[in-house]
Design a protein around this ligand. Structure first.
Ligand code: ATR
Length: 282
């Protein structure tokens, strides 16, 4: 039986065990995927010993993604570019790390909007400058955009993010002061929230979406609640919206394939199960 895990601190609220458990059952694979709570002090030891303890690998979440990056022996090019690792496995005795968050974000956009959506987008506006924003900006750099604007409450963090990513592809990277957000809306055809604003218990993200172009796409990586105040406002303005759950579902697939040997499908049934679980915990 193959065993995998998600390691983080805290880890109680992670939906990943539900996703992987669903796939194991659907595919008739004898395996397990469990939550493991490990504090930052113990994380180094966990990395060194999980394989001996019988695990094939697993996912890494907050706050260990940078420590996992530093602690693995080999990394995929994607992980290298991002400085963060969310997927671990052992190959010929060597500990590997990958980052599948970007893949999840981009797959979610491609599948929700249809490939070629970039044709309507010259400028992407990314709100926030944490780890998630960094991955998303890197993912957008692979697409033929003209400009990626990064706006953050703390401007210095946006400057660090932009300064730390190498030029890649066609898009110019620029920072934007938080106060200038609304002014940038008319020229932004893709708007991405990566901040914690709009999450249950947090204040909403309020943008003057009346100023956004009519075909603008608004997406949120917050998925609890699924329909954030930002997405609700975008819908009210007739804009196209993509919610944050797809990213979570799609980032899980590459790890599942590494550990259990089969590429799993993100089905409407899986999505419905996670939505029901989120609803039940409201
Ligand atoms: P992650 O790595 O998951 O993206 P993070 O590093 O905690 O998480 O980033 C959270 C983001 O939400 C940051 O961009 C943060 O802005 P600051 O860098 O200024 O802290 C943003 N954020 C959190 N609360 C906010 C608020 N009330 N207004 C504006 N931005 C906020």
């Amino acid at each position: 039986m193959t065993k995998a895990f998600i390691v983080g601190h805290p880890i109680k609220h992670s939906r990943s065990p539900l996703i992987h458990g669903y796939w194991l059952k659907q595919l008739g694979i004898s395996g397990s995927y469990e939550r493991i709570d490990v504090t930052p002090v113990d994380f180094g030891n966990f990395l060194e010993t999980f394989h001996e303890r019988g695990f094939a690998g697993g996912n890494v979440t907050i706050p260990h993604k940078e420590a996992a990056f530093a602690g693995v022996a080999r990394r995929t090019e994607r992980a290298e570019r991002l400085g963060a690792v969310n997927t671990l496995w052992v190959e010929n005795g060597v500990l590997w790390g990958d980052n599948t968050d970007v893949l999840g974000f981009m797959a979610n956009l491609d599948l929700s909007l249809g490939t070629g959506w970039e044709q309507d987008v010259d400028t992407a506006l990314v709100l926030g400058a944490g780890g998630a924003a960094r991955g998303i900006v890197a993912g957008l750099q692979d697409r033929p955009l003209e400009r990626i604007l990064v706006a953050n409450r703390t401007l210095a963090k946006a400057q660090d993010l932009v300064g730390g990513l190498e030029r890649h592809g066609t898009a110019r990277l620029e920072v934007l002061a938080w106060e200038d957000l609304d002014r940038a809306l008319p020229g932004s055809q893709l708007i991405v929230n990566t901040t914690s604003l709009g999450m249950a218990g947090q204040p909403p993200l309020t943008l003057d979406l009346a100023r956004a172009p009519g075909r603008a796409i608004v997406t949120d990586i917050v998925y609890f609640p699924l329909r954030t105040p930002l997405l609700a406002a975008a819908e009210a303005h007739g804009l196209r919206t993509v919610d944050g759950l797809g990213m979570l579902l799609h980032q899980a697939a590459p790890g599942f394939e590494r550990w259990f040997g089969v590429w799993p499908e993100v089905t409407p049934d899986l999505r419905a199960m996670i939505v029901a679980d989120l609803e039940a915990s409201r």
